[in-house]
Structure formats: C-alpha cells, structure tokens
Design a protein around this ligand. Structure first.
Ligand SMILES: C[S@@+](CC[C@H](N)C(=O)[O-])C[C@H]1O[C@@H](n2cnc3c(N)ncnc32)[C@H](O)[C@@H]1O
Length: 239
C-alpha cells in the first residue's frame, strides 16, 4: 500500500510507472513493507482488507488470484476465509518476503500484463493497492478478465477520493504534510513517500476507476467507499 523508496531517489518510481523501476522500488522495501502500511494507514489497513474479503465472499475451496499481492497482506485473510489463493507480484523482493512469511501461500512472480495462467482459471480475482502502480491499468484489468471464469468476480481495492469536501481537504493535507513527517520518523528515507502521495493524488476518482473496469470488459461494476472514500472497493462480474 505504501510506496517507500529503497534509500535513494534513483530507485524510486515516478508517475511514468516503468515496470522495472516499480519492481525495483518494491524489491528494496519488502522487508519493512507491512509495518509501514499499518503506520501510514493509522491501522485502517486491517479494516480495508476485511472489507475486501467481505466483498469477495469466498466459498470454501474457490480459487482466487490476488494480483500485485505484495507480501500477501490481502491474500492471507482471503485464504483464512476458505479460498485457495495464488499470489502474483512483479517484485521478486516482495514475492520472496511473502514466501518466507506465508509458507502455505503459493507466490508467483509475474507481470499483470502477461499473467502466466490459462484462460478462465480462477473463480475470482482481486487487486489491492496495486492497480495504481501499473503503466496500463485497463490492460491489466483485461488480463484479469481473461483468467477469470464466466460469471466470476473481480474486486479492486485502491486509494480513492474522499467524497466530503472538508474530509478530502484534511486527507490531502495529511498526505502532503504529515506523511513526509511520519516517513522521517519511521523510515531512513523521507523522500520515500513522494511517489505514494503523487500516485494517490494522480489516480482517478471512484467513477473513473469504474469506467476503466468497464472498458476492460467487466460488467455490473459498482463501488463502495471505505473511510469516507480514502479507499474504494470496486466490484464487478465477468459477464
Ligand atoms: C502497494 S503494493 C500492494 C501490495 C499488496 N496488494 C497490499 O495490499 O499490501 C503494490 C504492488 O504492486 C506490484 N506491482 C506493480 N506493478 C505490477 C505489475 N505490472 N504486475 C504485478 N505486480 C505489480 C508491486 O510489485 C507491489 O508489490
């Protein structure tokens, strides 16, 4: 969820989101990634992941793909809810860290734009805080559609735009001003959070993401705001 840099600006991704840079940034931050998520979200991340599991309503044994799974922070609760989950991520560092800590979860290093799975392999697919980092999110959503069976579901969990104007101003002020201070306290590289703030502010609002999901061929797209719209959960079906 958070995007700290690995200690030098040279390795930090920017809004061009070049896959090699994005992967390199996450390789380098994998070790502290989960702890920084909890800090930066002020503990809200657990609620967001619980809502993601609720939206997917996993039935026992269902096969789910967690794209851009990172260290498995969303895949784990899904697995605990009874699903069989395959966790895919571009960053070898994140995959390695995930494998070490969640031994029962199968992790695969792979790119969202060329998933190493046959058509219609999964009952459902999900992506939490990953889509925003991709150079072509509509193409990635199309790849997800390819590997999900007809009538299967998609849930995207991503930072979004608070709907209340005052809450939005407070939140964006927090992102711009408090986040660097928090990073200075908790990270050896305060520049780390520049990409996080830039990429969140640059990302489309709830309706914009719904449009991307529809463009990729998904049907029945709907969304639900979490924490007043700081995060949105989009749900869709493969018609
Ligand atoms: C902010 S982390 C989210 C990790 C995890 N889903 C979570 O909720 O904590 C974003 C992840 O997206 C992955 N990612 C970025 N571009 C990707 C791509 N093209 N294919 C697969 N994973 C990608 C990164 O490597 C990183 O682990």
């Amino acid at each position: 969820m958070t995007q700290p840099s690995p200690g030098s600006d040279a390795a930090r991704a920017d809004l061009s989101k070049r896959p090699a840079e994005v992967a390199g940034m996450f390789d380098a931050v994998a070790r502290r990634y989960d702890r920084m998520n909890s800090l930066a979200s002020l503990g809200q991340d657990r609620r967001w992941r619980a809502a993601l599991v609720g939206a997917l309503e996993p039935r026992s044994g269902e096969l789910m793909l967690d794209l851009a799974a990172g260290t498995g922070a969303s895949a784990r609760p899904l697995e605990r809810a009874g699903a069989r989950v395959v966790a895919v991520d571009l960053s070898f560092g994140m995959v390695q860290w995930g494998r070490r800590h969640h031994r029962r979860l199968p992790f695969v290093q792979g790119d969202a734009l060329a998933l190493p799975f046959a058509d219609q392999t999964f009952d459902a697919a999900t992506c939490s805080f990953g889509l925003r980092n991709m150079v072509d999110p509509v193409a990635a959503l199309g790849e997800l559609r390819r590997v999900v069976r007809p009538d299967g579901s998609l849930v995207v969990c991503e930072f979004s735009k608070p709907v209340n104007a005052l809450w939005r101003r407070l939140y964006e002020g927090w992102l711009r001003r408090a986040m660097p201070k928090l990073a200075a306290l908790a990270s050896s590289d305060p520049a780390a959070y520049v990409y996080l703030t830039e990429s969140i502010l640059d990302w489309p609002d709830q309706a914009g993401v719904a449009e991307m999901i529809s463009q990729a061929g998904w049907s029945a797209v709907e969304w639900r705001n979490l924490t007043g719209g700081v995060v949105a959960l989009h749900r869709a079906r493969r018609g």
